[in-house]
Design a protein around this ligand. Sequence first.
Ligand code: FAD
Length: 440
Amino acid sequence: MGRAFAYVILGGGVAAGYAALEFARRRAGASPGELCIISDEAVAPYERPALSKAYLLPQGAARLPAFHTCAGANDEVLTEQWYKDHGIELVLATRVISADVRRKTLLTDSGETIGYKTLIVATGARASELEEFGVRGSDAANVCYLRSLEDADRMVGVMRSCHGGNAVVIGGGYIGMECAAALVANEVKVTMVFPGKHCMGRLFTPKIAEFYEKYYAAKGVVFVKGTAVKSLEVSDGKVAAAILRDGRRLPADMVVVGIGARANTGLFDGQLAVERGGIKVNGRMQTSDSAVYAVGDVAAFPVALLGGAVRRFEHVDCARRTARRAIEAILEPSGGAAEEGKAFGYLPYFYSRVFALSWQFYGDNAGEAVHFGDFSPPGAGGKAKFGACWVSGGRVAGAFIEGGSREENEAMASAVRSRAAIADVAAELGSRGLGFADEE
Ligand code: FAD
């Protein structure tokens, strides 16, 4: 047996960083042998969303240590020194290859067995690969995925070598959209290919998508919709073109793949209950094994706002909040909020920033969408401002807003949180100058 800790956080991403800060605050640091974080990444936890935004900029790009957690919440920036100063052991560049929840042990790729009394699983998700969809070529030198800092460094190198060339972006989700914007900023021509009718198909209404697609088209991005990549033409270890199902051939100097993610649950197959592709937890983030908690992208939890329905979110805000929730539940087992089985009072929240645009989404896009604001393209230097509310049973279930001020974003969040009647929201928006548009 190697080392043993009272608490082990498995995974060193966003949730791990926020859990560490919460732990240190509640305990005024950790004593030696109390808490460790095991991560297969080589650096301390960082704010992953930065990778597809500021990290890819041609000038003034963000670099570590500036975006270590918890910079994204305007909180302390936890460098490796911070972990040392707070008695938290960082076991970096180390992959856990198996877990035994009965024995309470983890086996690492360096052959060490690490024991725990309480385990917090924060293994996040990994990018889905083309091969899972029957397309070969992920290992080509100019094919990029974007999940880790290592991926981002690779993408920066490939992008620089393709200046003025063509990129094919596979996937119309937020990774595809954010990478396309970064490629444009780096003067690489972009064609986006995805099977849906419009970008961000799971969230955007056709009307919202139309705005962003027009905006992107004005920046030179070409959309190829309703088809998918059938194969990649590879020569000398590099992709030269993407062949589409409809027979078209798109020449490519580089390819960026953003086709979704899968939660990293594999270590616990057959050991912990699963749901919605993640590890099932209760409102305290506790799994089917009482000594194991799960947080962030890997955790599926009951959401109070959705009547206790179990959901899994791949949102940075969720990683932060579930991490804090788990630490609270572990360190204060009889604490007020953390009752066994009770749903977590979490308001689903996701955002994205592309070009000069910035949108926020709260809640659930269930029901009928009612649009508001001005969907026409902003003039030079102008700002777009519009949004949508999803209405279910006369009440707001979800809200989207582009270009909202802090107060407007907060007003939308609170309308969703309180499940406001739509008439109240109309009055609220009216008083802020955002009139309602047509219904779908
Ligand atoms: P992660 O941050 O992925 O961390 C998981 C960690 O576990 C990683 O360090 C991983 O290497 C490690 N790990 C996994 N398995 C093992 C193992 N067996 N052994 C050791 N270590 C292991 N969300 C938003 O809301 N808005 C955004 O704008 C946004 N932008 C994003 C941009 C990009 C490029 C990406 C990739 C994600 C973005 N997200 C965004 C999503 C957000 O980053 C995630 O929801 C968040 O990182 C989840 O945190 P996590 O700690 O659960 O997982």
